[in-house]
Design a protein around this ligand. Structure first.
Ligand code: SAJ
Length: 434
């Protein structure tokens, strides 16, 4: 059966499904399409399916031209129904793995996708690859064990692998094709099957010995970031206390050509990965009686950065003998990181909420969002004209979008609190940094 599968990959007759057409699934689908495969996209969102059928991309790193081309030539078919899986030979599952309200792993999207895959699974051989970031043991628990209960011979007729996504939204240098891809198979044949397919679209495949090694490697990658960001955030609080410029300290430390990697303080961490993925590891650790103190500490430090920003804003206004209450504050950038439109988990919202609790008068400006509905209030992005800038008592730079005119903002603002060192090189008294 493995040879039948490999043959279908080679002659590109393999019909591939991608479940979850978001910032991971859509670029992956396009990669397969560009190599000549027929791809069937499945997503529960009617809106997404409608936009794709209209040739519109809603993912920044995927062009509408590509969507239009592959939809109109019939190579890319999208639907909200899972029934198409009965015609397929492989599925990649790229659905979200968020946290529940109580900060526990929410694998409901994975479970829904897997259950429907198993329900409609018909052709053999068949490959199932889970890409969603999750704790070690998920693939075994959610895919391998149910297949075994169905009496399926894994490694012969059905192949199961875990291959973590490594998409860095907005990264122009590293794309799906040129970012090395880790793959762990349940058996050697499972690894061979997954590797044969992914090699067609990704330059470098990194095979590992088990499903769990692949799951854990991804969590190490993101926990590494969360902990190191927390480290510099904590040092920022310390340098603030000691009157030391943390940005110059990091710049100096970065001259070390080996054994150092710079991370930068910020207003907090956002996105769908770094704030969430380490919590998956923390949760899994507890199930085996292991307590990841680093993860808990990092989460605490990072989550408290918005409060530190507001505290710093109060001190800046105080130096102008202005209370925060009724002061006009302009939030510059509301997305979770620069040059992308994604708002998920953005610390900007924690900061706006805190400022509102002090009865400050808050507005924002962000080139990616002309309007913002937040806590029942509709905000409109402020145009950064000299007149408008001069109306505010303090501008807080939260997201260092490249399109901001920093010199113009510096010249026309009464005071600026820069949480990203975005005004680096512009020496003005009215600019304060974390
Ligand atoms: N941040 C800091 N200081 C830093 C770096 C980041 O405060 O030194 C903040 C960012 O502003 C952002 C958050 O942390 O709010 C996360 O930033 P990120 O650069 O990790 O970007 P993500 O979450 O969009 O994408 C990350 C990937 N990014 C990089 O490796 C650079 C990577 O970790 C994963 O491929 C991806 O998450 C994922 O999908 O897991």
């Amino acid at each position: 059966m493995l040879n039948d599968f490999l043959k279908k990959v080679e002659d590109k007759s393999l019909k591939i499904g991608v479940i979850g057409l978001g910032y991971v699934g859509l670029p992956l689908a396009i990669s397969f399409l560009k190599k000549g495969f027929k791809v069937y996209g499945i997503d529960i969102s009617e809106v997404k399916i409608e936009m794709l059928n209209d040739g519109i991309s809603y993912v920044q790193d995927v062009s509408s031209e590509d969507i239009k081309k592959f939809i109109s030539n019939g190579q890319f078919k999208v639907s909200t129904s899972y029934s198409v899986i009965s015609k397929l030979d492989a599925v990649s599952i790229t659905v979200p793995t968020p946290l529940s309200k109580s900060k526990n792993p929410d694998l409901s999207y994975v479970s829904h996708a897997v259950q429907n895959t198993l329900k409609y699974l018909k052709n053999k051989p068949f490959l199932i690859v889970l890409e969603s970031t999750t704790y070690p043991g998920t693939t075994r628990e959610f895919i391998v064990e149910p297949l075994q209960k169905m009496g399926v011979k894994i490694g012969e007729e059905v192949f199961v692998a875990f291959s973590p996504e490594r998409v860095d939204p907005g990264n122009k240098k590293y794309t799906t094709e040129n970012t090395p891809k880790i793959i762990g198979g349940y058996t050697d044949n499972c690894l061979k099957a997954a590797k044969s397919l992914y090699t067609k679209v990704i330059k470098q495949i990194v095979p590992v010995k088990t499903l769990e090694e692949a799951e854990m490697a991804k969590l190490l990658e993101n926990t590494f970031r969360a902990v190191n960001i927390a480290l510099v955030n904590e040092l920022t609080l310390m340098c603030d206390r000691m009157g030391i410029n943390i940005w110059n300290v990091i710049k100096a430390a970065s001259t070390k050509p080996f054994g150092f990697m710079p991370f930068y303080p910020g207003p907090g961490i956002g996105g769908h990965c770094i704030p969430l993925d380490p919590e998956y590891l923390l949760w899994k650790g507890k199930t085996v009686g292991f307590y990841n103190r680093f993860i808990e500490l990092a989460a605490d430090i990072n989550a408290n950065m918005p409060r530190f920003v507001v505290d710093k804003a109060i001190r800046v206004l105080n130096s102008f003998e202005k209370p925060l209450k009724k002061s006009k504050i302009l939030i510059l950038g509301i997305t979770y990181k620069k040059d992308i439109s994604d708002l998920r988990e953005s610390p900007a919202f924690d900061i706006i909420k805190l400022l509102n609790s002090y009865n400050a008068v808050v507005n924002y400006s962000d080139p990616f969002h002309s309007k913002l509905l937040f806590e029942g209030e509709m905000y409109t992005s402020v145009e950064l004209t000299p007149e408008n800038l001069s109306l505010f008592d303090l501008a807080i730079l939260i997201t260092n979008h490249s399109s901001f005119n920093y010199r113009k903002i510096a010249e026309n603002s009464k005071a600026i609190l820069d949480t990203r060192n975005a005004f680096d090189g512009i020496e003005k008294e009215n600019i304060f940094k974390l």
